[in-house]
Design a binder for this molecule. Structure first.
Ligand SMILES: NC(=O)c1ccc[n+]([C@@H]2O[C@H](COP(=O)([O-])OP(=O)(O)OC[C@H]3O[C@@H](n4cnc5c(N)ncnc54)[C@H](O)[C@@H]3O)[C@@H](O)[C@H]2O)c1
Length: 286
């Protein structure tokens, strides 16, 4: 296994959402393995900074993953310039939180456009090239919330479950074409995403979920450890790559002791409702 992991040496990779957090750390791991890496992000300035910091094997590109044409043009351009694509990491994502009654169409649209359509766009742009090569690996970033139901973040957990379904089904379809597909499912990782809940309802004062998720996972994972597990998972061609104790425990519990897992999820939902109602009362919304 260790030999397989060490011999994983992609030449050309694209990572979306790579200007920050998990994506940036995955890009760094791929650079360390000798790959040229395209740091693709909506925030072009941050992508350039990340590329500069990662050295001459990293190049920046500005792209909105929700824009199918833009993603296709990026992927086609990389293949035209470098003659191949070995790893496509569809990682860009946004956090959405709140009880269903606190959310509106904006929250659903944002989650679907970025977290789901963004991954579909990356997959459909890269897959024809990988099939034509007869090789390559697609890694989609879902979440622990893609493996188990996550109350008080319905648009997020809905889209992340869809990403797990897309990835595991495509893995079966793509195997005969020489193309590998894996899905990354970390627990909570210390990145800016935890402080940037999109259009946060009043119950998430300041838009940060840090204090709340600490109740479930007292110690956050680092982006670096998450990225190392992700790239080792690619090298070992794992279907699903859970990262962290909470992710491993919850996923196994749901499969092997479902009543216990469901009771824990119910407790979580009740806890979120209490916290949301208390916070909303504090800001005078109820
Ligand atoms: N942080 C966590 O606890 C955690 C846990 C599990 C899964 N994830 C997932 O990991 C992925 C990366 O998140 P992160 O924690 O590193 O967050 P992050 O905020 O540090 O990075 C996300 C990056 O995606 C970019 N981005 C956002 N919308 C985009 C778009 N439309 N097009 C292109 N780029 C866009 C942002 O500019 C940012 O650079 C996401 O899919 C997230 O859902 C995060």
């Amino acid at each position: 296994m260790r030999k397989t992991i060490q011999s994983f040496r992609p030449q050309v990779s694209i990572v979306t959402g790579a200007a920050s957090g998990i994506g940036r750390a995955i890009a760094a791991e791929l650079v360390a393995r000798g790959s040229l890496v395209v740091i693709a992000d909506l925030d072009g300035t941050a992508a350039q900074t990340a590329a500069r910091e990662l050295g001459p094997s990293a190049v920046a590109a500005t792209v909105d993953v929700a824009d199918a044409e833009a993603v296709r043009s990026l992927v086609d351009g990389v293949v035209a310039e470098h003659g191949r694509l070995d790893v496509m990491v569809n990682n860009a994502g946004v956090a959405i939180g709140g009880l269903l009654e606190e959310l509106d169409e904006r929250h659903w649209a944002k989650a679907i456009d970025v977290n789901l359509r963004g991954v579909i766009n990356g997959v459909t742009a890269a897959y024809p090239h990988l099939r034509a090569q007869g090789s390559g690996h697609i890694l989609n970033t879902a979440s622990l919330a893609g493996l188990i139901p996550a109350p008080a973040m319905l648009p997020y957990t809905t889209t992340k479950h869809a990403v797990v379904g897309l990835s595991t089904a495509l893995r079966a379809e793509a195997a005969s074409q020489g193309v590998k597909v894996s899905v990354l499912c970390p627990g909570f990782v210390d990145t800016p995403l935890l402080d940037e809940v999109y259009a946060a309802p009043a119950s998430f004062a300041g838009g940060s979920v840090r204090s709340r998720v600490r109740l479930m996972q007292p110690k956050f994972l680092t982006p670096e450890l998450t990225a190392k597990r992700a790239v080792d998972g690619l090298a070992a061609n794992k279907a699903v790559i859970p990262v962290g104790f909470l992710a491993h425990l919850s996923w196994r519990a749901l499969r092997y002791v479902p009543p216990l897992a469901r009771a824990a999820i119910q407790l979580q939902a009740t806890g979120h409702r209490r916290l949301n109602e208390r916070a909303s009362r504090r800001v005078g919304q109820v």
